[in-house]
Write a new protein. Structure first.
Length: 180
């Protein structure tokens, strides 16, 4: 029984690490491989990004021709003006994986001459860990006016990955309880 008490915390910790790692996702920019190139419409990358839900720990994957292009992480002002002069970070090599390690906005432009001006740029908004809105800390939000609305529809069923994680955690919990 003493060895079980040593193994159980390790098992629980391993499960938690598995769950945290399973949460991070990789997003091929534009939705498919080899898409970091001049898009068919100037706002294509941002329309794609608006449909995504980026969270801390996720990654952007950009594949491109390393002989003719690169990825530059820039400030908002440099993003708006397609200024390549002072990038915060430069990525080269043809396959770039960028970890989204904080909440807030990230700005990326192409390092190739004239590509940013043609729409090869991306603005990504990463949600905070708790998905809290902005606002000032320390002040409670104002109460919304009360209105009578019909009940909201039931939420859609969770995806397979979520169900797998929940099932896995339930199994680990059941085994842990049974061993005690």
């Amino acid at each position: 029984m003493a060895s079980l008490r040593k193994v159980l915390p390790c098992l629980v910790l391993s499960c938690l690490v598995f769950i945290l790692l399973a949460e991070a996702r990789e997003f091929p920019v534009g939705g498919n491989v080899n898409s970091w190139k001049v898009p068919s419409s100037p706002d294509a990358f941002n329309k794609w990004a608006e449909k995504q839900r980026f969270e801390i720990g996720d990654s952007l994957v950009m594949k491109y021709d390393p002989k003719s292009d690169s990825v530059l992480e820039v400030t908002e002002e440099d993003y708006k003006n397609c200024n390549k002069g002072k990038p915060m970070k430069t990525y080269k090599g043809g396959e770039t994986k960028i970890a989204l390690n904080r909440s807030g906005l990230f700005y990326f432009i192409s390092g190739a001459e004239g590509h940013c001006e043609k729409g090869q740029k991306l603005e990504v908004d990463v949600l905070s860990a708790k998905h809290e809105g902005g606002g000032v800390k320390g002040h409670p939000p104002a109460l919304a006016p009360v209105s009578v609305l019909p009940p909201a529809p039931a939420p859609a069923p969770a995806g397979g990955a979520h169900a797998l994680r929940v099932g896995f955690m339930a199994t680990v919990l059941a085994v842990g309880v049974a061993l005690l």
